[in-house]
Design a protein around this ligand. Structure first.
Ligand code: CDP
Length: 228
């Protein structure tokens, strides 16, 4: 299937399978995949390492200037790196998950991440997932998808993901974290999580990844009148 040179924006709630779906689309269509959440997670890990998060979870104002020294990237395999060192596992822990949303609500952090995303996506033909890609980062994206799934399914998926990586997790704690992040993400002042009016809604509670790909191919065919 020949897809035009567009940005595909995938937004939605925490742990709705955005990144798995976005990665698969990128592979299927020969697009670059960019995980905006990974950049917010990397900023959070950086702030933790620099001791810029206080005991009460408030963030030191020094983070703003410290970000000038943060070199965050994706390697060829799409793994997140800080100073060229892979930190993919470290950014996916519950410790980072529990602090990422307040950090992602800071306007200067959002500016930092948005700038990096635009630099990395400059060539087009990109699938990007996050919370505000279709509304703020790429409001003119060629295709916008908004993902959702039931809380039970989302918590179960994230729990299995963490335990498969050998990280200890409790399903109730995972669920609480997803609910807290959804709340903070949807209620923050700067570019809150919200569904773009021109997005296609995908509830994948009962869908396989193959079904998701068939669904998006149908959407693309209809939208761009692709015949093959
Ligand atoms: O994978 P999961 O859905 O758990 O989250 P993620 O995509 O890794 O994003 C982690 C956190 O970063 C989210 O809970 C948001 O607080 C924040 N985020 C954001 O504010 N804006 C984005 N475009 C992407 C992530």
């Amino acid at each position: 299937m020949t897809i035009p040179d567009i940005v595909i924006a995938v937004d939605g709630y925490s742990s709705t399978g955005k990144s798995s779906f976005a990665k698969l689309m990128a592979k299927e269509f020969g697009f670059l995949y960019l995980d905006s959440g990974a950049l917010y997670r990397a900023v959070t890990l950086f702030a933790q390492r620099e001791n810029l998060i206080r005991k009460d979870n408030s963030v030191s104002a020094s983070l703003r200037s410290a970000l000038g020294t943060l070199k965050v990237d994706f390697d060829r395999e799409g793994r997140t790196c800080i100073d060229s060192v892979v930190v993919e596992n470290q950014i996916r822990t519950m410790s980072v998950s529990s602090q990422v949303s307040p950090i992602a609500a800071l306007p200067y952090v959002r500016e930092f991440v948005d700038r990096r995303l635009h630099e990395m996506a400059s060539g087009g033909r990109v699938v990007m997932d996050g919370r505000d890609i279709g509304t703020t980062v790429f409001p003119n994206a060629g295709l916008k998808i908004f993902m959702t799934a039931s809380m039970e399914v989302r918590a179960q998926r994230r729990f299995l993901e963490l335990t498969a990586k050998g990280q200890s997790a409790c399903i109730e704690e995972v669920k609480k974290n997803l609910q807290e992040r959804d709340f903070i993400d949807s209620h923050r002042e700067t570019s809150p999580l919200s569904r773009a009016a021109d997005s296609f809604l995908l509830d994948n509670s009962n869908m396989t990844m193959e079904q998701e790909i068939l669904w998006v191919k149908g959407v693309l065919q209809g939208k761009f009148l692709i015949l093959d």
